[in-house]
Ligand binder design. Sequence first.
Ligand code: RB5
Length: 149
Amino acid sequence: MIVKADKPVGLCSDHAGYELKSIIEGYLMSQDIKTRDFGTNSTESCDYPDYAHPAAEAVEKGEVYPCIAMCGTGNGISMTLNKHQGVRAALCWTREIAELARQHNDANVLVLPARFIAPEEALAIVDVFLNTPFEGGRHQRRIDKIAVK
Ligand code: RB5
């Protein structure tokens, strides 16, 4: 389990991801995993960057680890999160992609496409993401080349 005892798992979404975020929050709580919710807090239409930027800043400061984010497609919130140098947000719609996002990319944010994934599958992806370690080695070298100086 990559969850750290002293750090909550971050959660953020826009309106399109709100219901899935609530399901995931309940699931994590049932597993005794602490969470910090950056919103949004309803299905009222909103703008995903307003929630993604604070969550990304908390990841960069080490206040949360990892983070789970979602919007309708997962694309807008991924684009926003990945503007932050310390964030590696991976859009995952299968368990295998989530596994590889951890093994090869050391992803610190799991992004889910809330309008295109069943809740049961999303929870299975969350489980894989939280339980897969980074492989390091050649993948660390590649990650070290991602940042724009
Ligand atoms: C909201 O309608 C939708 O555009 C948003 O959730 C997301 O899919 C954007 O990338």
